[in-house]
Design a protein around this ligand. Structure first.
Ligand SMILES: Nc1ncnc2c1ncn2[C@@H]1O[C@H](COP(=O)(O)OP(=O)(O)OP(=O)(O)O)[C@@H](O)[C@H]1O
Ligand SMILES: [Mg+2]
Length: 275
């Protein structure tokens, strides 16, 4: 399908809105709270893939945790489909850097875990778990225990577990950070394939600028002190993509632009387009 046609099919409905988000942590030795993130606003369209980048400590994980409902903000609201949400729910699934699989459960049983908790009948839960394991390319390892799987395979199980509950929004916090460079690139390609198949609205936090450019429709660049949005960059590279997108002539321009923003704390602006 031509890229234009694919782009046209993308829904333009707002799925997730983050409004006036401020996050503060209480410091043990002081009465004052430290403001980690201040005044963050952005929207994510349905079926959009957003990457969040920024220096260590700028508040990427904090923002993701608030959206996931794992952390309460000092101010601001999270809206899903226009409705304010708080606390965890199954429509916002999270994938963290550590797969955190249950060692006594097989790959299939790990993927089934959330479905078992809901009380889904065993047969249906097995069917659904097998379906998502196939999606992540792990059908042949469904009976293996986590220690029998490579780091990349464990992270695929983790991703399958998040997808199994068919969430509205997928939140990923540096899911490939612990993998070696080659596995990481493989997983990026796999994630692009899975996203093309599911078109899940996704928010993906990463340290790696090239990873963000490979994956994203838009990249949110955060600055530090306290964390704030410096710029939101549209990545107008063709889809469907795979890792060969790195050879696109515009790829390095996007990378350089984001790197410059992260390195230059004085840069300001709104949305950046390549001409
Ligand atoms: N539980 C906590 N208690 C106190 N301060 C915290 C806590 N979690 C995070 N912070 C502080 O909030 C700020 C943002 O942290 P956060 O982990 O969100 O950053 P990050 O961008 O995800 O960093 P990294 O890239 O290293 O993962 C940092 O200054 C950090 O020290
Ligand atoms: Mg983090």
């Amino acid at each position: 399908m031509p890229d234009e046609a694919l782009a046209d099919r993308r829904e333009t409905r707002t799925k997730l809105e983050v409004r006036g988000l401020t996050i503060a942590y209480n410091r043990r030795e002081s009465e004052h709270a430290d403001v980690a993130v201040e005044g963050v606003d952005f929207s994510v369209m349905a079926q959009e893939f957003i990457c969040v980048v920024g220096p260590s400590g700028c508040g990427k994980s904090s923002i993701l945790n608030v959206i996931a409902g794992l952390l309460s903000p000092a101010a601001g609201v999270i809206l899903v489909d226009g409705k304010s949400v708080a606390g965890e729910d199954r429509n916002r699934a999270v994938v963290f850097q550590a797969p955190n699989l249950l060692p006594w459960r097989t790959a299939l049983e790990n993927v089934r875990y959330g479905l078992d908790l809901w009380g889904m009948p065993r047969g249906d839960a097995n069917r659904r778990a097998k379906e998502v394991l196939e999606l992540v390319g792990l059908t042949h390892r469904e009976n293996n225990y986590p220690h029998e799987l490579s780091g990349g395979m464990q992270q695929r199980v983790n991703l399958a577990r998040a997808l199994a509950v068919d969430p509205d929004i997928l939140l990923l916090d540096e899911p490939f950070a612990a993998l070696d460079a080659q596995s990481r690139e493989t997983m990026q390609t796999e994630l692009l394939r899975i996203w093309t198949a599911t078109r899940k609205t996704s928010l993906f936090v990463t340290h790696q600028i090239d990873e963000a450019v490979v994956l994203a429709d838009r990249v949110i660049v955060l600055g530090k002190g306290p964390g704030h949005i410096k710029e939101i960059i549209e990545i107008n590279l063709p889809r469907p993509r795979d890792n060969l997108i790195r050879r696109h002539p515009d790829f390095f321009r996007y990378e350089d632009r984001i790197r410059a923003l992260i390195n230059d704390d004085t840069a300001h602006g709104s949305t950046f387009f390549l001409d």
